[in-house]
Design a protein around this ligand. Structure first.
Ligand code: COA
Length: 133
């Protein structure tokens, strides 16, 4: 909830209160689906988390996939490879479940996340285009 502003884009913006409502709705949806929740812990402190759907086929091809719905790392634990470790574990679990790919969405302006995903081997497959009317 504290990091959700990083998903707002310059194109359509987003009121912080609306972003929080959307995030709460996302969690409500996620926890009703088959999912994996990973929490990174060190010295009993929670440093970050990743939540991934494991039964949401790709909407275009219908192929099975793992879908990372959201992840975040505490500001004081960033650039320590916590997110990289969470993604690595998510990929390992997806492989064990026989899922052939892992996918996610990221906001264009979220440089940290885009760098992270590029560095961990994700490539752009489709783009979400928007136009202000
Ligand atoms: C994006 C986020 C999860 C990255 O977490 P993290 O644990 O700091 O990431 P890592 O330490 O594993 O970073 C791995 C690599 O990603 C890239 N990266 C991560 N943060 C970056 C930043 N702020 N700027 C540029 N590159 C960055 C770097 O290549 C980094 O390797 P390096 O530190 O050796 O240069 C974290 O910044 C975050 O929680 N942001 C807010 C929530 C969010 O945006 N979630 C993603 C929604 S799609």
């Amino acid at each position: 909830m504290r990091t959700i502003a990083s998903s707002a884009s310059r194109v359509r913006g987003g009121d912080p209160a609306d972003l929080r409502i959307s995030y709460a709705r996302l969690l409500e949806f996620l926890f009703k689906q088959s999912h994996v929740l990973l929490v990174a812990v060190a010295a009993e402190e929670r440093l970050g988390f990743l939540v991934m759907l494991d039964d949401l086929p790709d909407e275009v091809t219908g192929a099975p996939q793992a879908f990372v719905a959201y992840m975040a790392v505490e500001p004081n634990a960033r650039r320590l490879r916590v997110a990289s470790a969470l993604l690595e574990r998510a990929e390992q679990l997806a492989r064990e479940k026989g899922l052939p790919s892992i996918a996610l969405m990221v906001t264009e302006e979220n440089r940290a996340a885009r760098e992270l995903y590029a560095r961990t081997g994700f490539v752009t497959e489709r783009r979400l285009l928007a136009k202000i009317l």
